[in-house]
Design a protein around this ligand. Structure first.
Ligand code: FAD
Length: 431
């Protein structure tokens, strides 16, 4: 048995997804003694795009160029949506702060203030998003201006087809596909993004890649590649390729798991610990006990063995455990539960109502609105409609009354609600 240590904190954050990451950043920047506990999150599946609000109403698939006007329309129609609890100033400050943090740790984003950009997805559709990793920005610009471009894929890389992407993006004059071998591997070898990214951190492989791309370049003013341009030195990898090819190079997200998400997780873990947050990485909160309904004692350990290895004592907790993927919520045969605090979960009345008969129903499924209901300070409610605990807050995709996937608001919602929850814990006046 491992000895159990106790860590004293003011605020404990459960979850290391985008909501947990943002909460940890905002908390430490306010000087709060912070602990964070979480296993690998769905962040490693995410494309890297930071959506704020792209679609509303989902049944009409109406896309928004101005995400803030979209949010206004959304909260008029859906007054219980978590965005309805936030002001525009709060959302903007949250995004500015978090994007500054990402940039400071070597993952800069590009955006046009207050405007969505239309970006290329792994299957070649276009979607509205608010902030774009710098490594993908040249793709958004080329797409908007319809510059002649070359999209490259590789023998052996599944789920990423340059032909499919170029066909989907048609009409786009001068957009061409090319399939080439990946440097230093044979054409019949299966390729995986992480292995490719590591390989491209070696200079001679980049030189070889540029040599293989060059004959296809012709009039192309930019080159799009799957998001495999390095993990730890991605900016240098891309800059070197651009120098060799003489045109901008941009990444297009691959299907999950995705390198941009992996880069984010890797950098975040190093950076947040360096800033003084006590990070219990790859650990789960197995049990929570409350002290006088105000403070909390978290048992932290290994999910697989159930062994408790650490205790975290905290005056407040932010629950950012996600929905089903992160297991912040669990769906049983009859009902959805929140396993740590036993909070009531907003959900359809009957199991039969969880999903529509048509899986592709554009309006989505009722289960995608399920989650934790809160007061205006993001404190989860008990069955009587009052805050369940004085100092328990919830943030991110665990919140009820939102369908981030269809509304294209995943990362924005996670970051903005985390910001508001941390400030509420500190009793800071609303903006
Ligand atoms: C395939 C995919 C693609 C996406 N693409 C985009 C995109 O293009 N743009 C965009 O804006 N967003 C995208 N997102 C969504 C984005 O990642 C969301 O913002 C995010 O999923 C919501 O973050 P979250 O932190 O609330 O939840 P999650 O990311 O689910 O994280 C929850 C975390 O809590 C942890 N946890 C749960 N219970 C415990 C416990 N008891 N103890 C410790 N830890 C616990 C989980 O393990 C996990 O680490 C995508 C997500 C996926 C899955």
């Amino acid at each position: 048995m491992t000895p159990v240590n106790t860590f004293e904190s003011e605020l404990a954050i459960i979850g290391t997804g985008l909501a947990g990451m943002a909460a940890a950043y905002f908390s430490q920047s306010l000087g709060i003694r912070t602990a964070q506990i979480g296993v690998s999150s769905s962040a490693i599946y995410a494309s890297g795009y930071l959506d704020l609000l792209g679609v509303h109403p989902v049944e009409r698939r109406q896309q928004w160029t101005d995400p803030f006007s979209g949010i206004e329309a959304l909260v008029r129609d859906a007054p219980f949506h978590p965005y309805a609890r936030l002001t525009r100033a709060e959302i903007q400050q949250a995004l500015d702060g978090f994007l500054g943090f990402l940039s400071g740790m070597g993952l800069p984003y590009e955006r046009r203030e207050g405007v969505n950009s239309f970006v290329i997805t792994p299957v070649g559709t276009l979607k509205p998003t608010y902030a774009v990793p710098e490594s993908m920005w040249a793709g958004a610009v080329a797409c908007e201006k319809k510059h002649p471009c070359l999209i490259v894929d590789f023998w052996g890389l599944k789920g990423f087809s340059a032909i499919q992407i170029t066909q989907m993006l048609s009409p786009w004059p001068g957009l061409r596909p090319a399939r080439i071998p990946f440097p230093a591997v044979g054409p019949s070898v299966d390729l995986y993004p992480e292995q490719m990214a590591r390989s491209l951190e070696i200079e001679k492989n980049r030189v070889r890649l540029a040599e293989d791309i060059r004959p296809h370049l012709m009039d192309a003013q930019a080159v799009g590649l799957p998001a495999v341009l390095g993990i730890y030195k991605s900016a240098a990898v891309r800059a070197h390729l651009e120098g060799l090819l003489g045109v901008p190079v941009f990444e297009i997200p691959t299907i999950p798991p995705s390198l941009p998400g992996f880069r984010l997780k890797e950098r975040f873990e190093t950076e947040i610990a360096r800033k003084g947050v006590r990070l219990f990485a790859q650990k789960r909160v197995l049990k929570v006990e409350t002290e006088n309904r105000k403070g909390f004692v978290l048992s932290v350990g290994d999910q697989a063995t159930g062994e408790i290895q650490d205790m975290v004592r905290a005056r407040g907790v932010i629950l950012a455990g996600g929905r089903f993927l992160g297991m912040g919520l669990r769906a049983g045969r009859k009902a959805i539960i929140e396993p740590l605090f036993g909070l009531p979960v907003f959900q359809p009345g009957k199991r039969a109502e969880w999903h529509e008969n048509d899986f592709f129903n554009p309006a989505g499924h009722q289960i995608n609105q399920s989650g934790i209901e809160t007061d205006e300070h993001f404190r989860p409610l008990d069955r009587s409609g009052h805050p369940a605990f004085e100092n328990l807050y919830a943030a991110g995709s665990i919140l009820a009354h939102q369908d981030w996937m269809r509304q294209k608001c995943g990362a924005g919602l996670a970051v903005a609600t985390a910001y508001a929850a941390v400030r509420a814990f500190m009793g800071i006046k609303r903006l």
